[in-house]
Design a protein around this ligand. Sequence first.
Ligand code: C5P
Length: 247
Amino acid sequence: MINPVIVALDGMSSEKALELAETLKGQVAGFKANDLLDLAGPTTAIKTLRRYGIVMADPKLHDIPNTVRNRTAIYANAGTNILTVQASGGIEMMRAAVATAEEVYHKNKNLPWTSIAAVTVLTSLNEEECQINLGGPVKAKVLQYARNAVLAGVDNIVCSAKELEFLNKFPELNLLAKITPGITPEWANKSVDQKRITTPTTAIKNDASFLVIGRAITKPPEGMTSLDAVQRILTEVETAEEMKSDE
Ligand code: C5P
């Protein structure tokens, strides 16, 4: 089994984040930094996290192409494996991120390839909020952004695993890796801010490439450690993969 779990190190001090990364090292694919990038500075946060696995930097860049270019260079030069941009920033903006990541890699082959991930519709938005804020139903917007990501040469999209079954019908999206946040196992405390949630089982069955999981691991229920939570999730992933290969 390829380990698909990326732990979102949200809302904690740098010390706590590193302590958790140390505990979970080797048990998960890697770690995602969001507010940690602001707290420690992107370069320090990324360089430090590189010791613990894949680093996904999640600043969700959304700006004019030139500015995205400048910021992508910082993340790529620090050794980011996966960098998020907002698909709603447009094709040119996403292309600027991809081109910059390529340039940095060709200048310094000791750095890892920085793979760009386009965030489609936040998993905190429900149908109604998506309609109001983005002007269309969730599936239509995710499809539009995913197609734009392909046109921009982006490697990954971020979406809810709820949309994967629908997206799987579109062959032009087959090569995109699907990174899915909003993963809440049955036993985890439910987060009030996440609306389009699924379990690890559903995500794996629907062909998610990576599962981004924050609070279910960082704030596990009473009596469970973060390591216990990861192990339960991995068992669930393994079972889902076996069921999939039996089908
Ligand atoms: O704690 P939880 O598992 O809900 O954390 C999910 C993480 O994934 C958060 O860091 C959030 O910013 C991120 N995310 C998301 N929905 C997206 C993109 C990223 O929840 N569409």
